[in-house]
Write a protein that binds this ligand. Sequence first.
Ligand SMILES: *Cc1c(COP(=O)(O)O)cnc(C)c1O
Length: 434
Amino acid sequence: MKYSSLNHNSSPTSFMKAVINGLAPDKGLYFPQEKVILSKDFIESIKNIDDVEICYEVMNKYVGDEIPKQKLIEIINNTISFKIPLKKIDDSIYSLELFHGPTLAFKDIGAKFMAQCLDYFKSSYSSKKITVLVATSGDTGGAVAKGFSSTKDIEVCILYPKDKISKVQERQITTNGNYVKAIEVEGDFDKCQSMVKKAFNDEEIIRKIALTSANSINVARWLPQIFYYFLAYKKINNKKDNLFSVPSGNFGNICAGILSKSMGLPIHHFIASTNANDTIPRYIKDGLYDPHSTKKTISNAMDVSDPSNFIRIQKIFNSDMQKLRKNLSSFSFNDTETEDAMRLLFNSYDYLTCPHSAVGYLGLKKYMDMNKISNVNGIFISTAHCIKFKDVVENSINTSIKYPKSIKDILDKEKKSLSIDNYSELKDFLLSRV
Ligand SMILES: *Cc1c(COP(=O)(O)O)cnc(C)c1O
C-alpha cells in the first residue's frame, strides 16, 4: 500500500515511511491510496473467526508486504491483549469498553501497534539513535510510554505541562524506569507542543538524533482503531441496524470507524459526540467550518477545536456534504449535561462512565430520540476508565470510587521527571543523550 499526502504536494510513500515521518513533507496527513474492501463472506462469517485473524484481515492490505505475515500477527496479538467487552445497558444501548488496556484508555491500542511497527522498522531506517518525542495534554503520554515498554533501543521523551494533568496521568508518565524520560514543562500544553515542533526543525538535533513523533495522526496509531469496530460487530448476534456514537476530539477514532464501514462493515450511522468544542456539529448543521478558540471542559481529552483527522473523513466521502450528512451526525454537550448523564447512568443502570464516555452516551440518545429510533444496536464507545477522572466523576455521582489495583500500584511509585522551562534546556537534554 502506498500513502499519499492529503495536501497533494508530496509524492506517495510506503507504509514504513508514513509511520516514521508521521506527517508528509508538505505537512499533509497520510491517507491510503487504495480502497480496501473485505469480502461479504468474510464479514458474514466473522462470528466464527478468531479475533487476531479478523484484525490481520483488516490490517494486512494497509501494511502490504512491508511486515511479514507472522510478524504482523505477533504485533496484533500484543496489541489486542486485553479484553474489549460490549456491555448491555438496556435493550437498544450498549457500551463498547475500550479502557481495559495498560493505561485505561483506548489510546493504548494505537500506541501499542505503533511502537511495535517502529521497533520492527528501526534497523532499516537509521543508524542514529532513535528518540520518540511527544507532547501530551494527558492520555497520550501514558499510552505512548506503555506502548514502548518492550521496545529496545528506542528512547521516549514525553513533555507534559506541570500541574495541568491528573495525578494518575502524571504517574503513568513518570514511573516507567529508564526508557521513558518524563519532562515536566513550566507552562501549558501549547508550550510543550511548540517546543516539540522546534526540536523537529532544529538542524543540529536532526543531524545527531533520529527523531520520531508518536502523534495521533500517525497512520500506525490511526489505522488499528479499525479493529474494535470489527470486534464489536463480531459480538452482536442480531440483524438490527448498528449505530456508533464516538466521543470525539481529534476525530481519529471516529474516522477509523467510518473507514471500517467503507471496508464493508454494516454500520447504519455514526454520531460524533463532542463537548462544548463544537466545530464539527456546527459544520454539519450549516456547512461553515469555523473553529472557535478551544474551551476547557471536564472531558478534557476532547478539548480540540480544529480536529486534525476531519480532513480524512472528508476524503472518505470525497468532500460530498450530502454523503457526509447521510452517514454522520454530530452533537455537542456542555459540562452540566455531561455530569447529568454520568449521574443518570450510575443511578438508573448502575453503570460508571468517565466524562468522555458520558458525552458518547448523550449523542447516541439524542440521535435515537430525534429520529424516534428504538429497535437498534446503539453503541457508544467508552474511551477511558472513570478512575482517570476520579474527582469529576465523584462530584457528579456523589459517591466515592475506588482505585483499581494497577493504579494503586503506580500511585505508590516514585515520580521521576526533569523540570524545564525553555527550549534550550530541552535541546541540551536531547543532545546530552547522544
Ligand atoms: C483522545 C481521547 C478522546 C478523543 O479521541 P479522538 O480520536 O481524538 O477523537 C476521547 N476520549 C478519551 C478518553 C481520549 O483520551
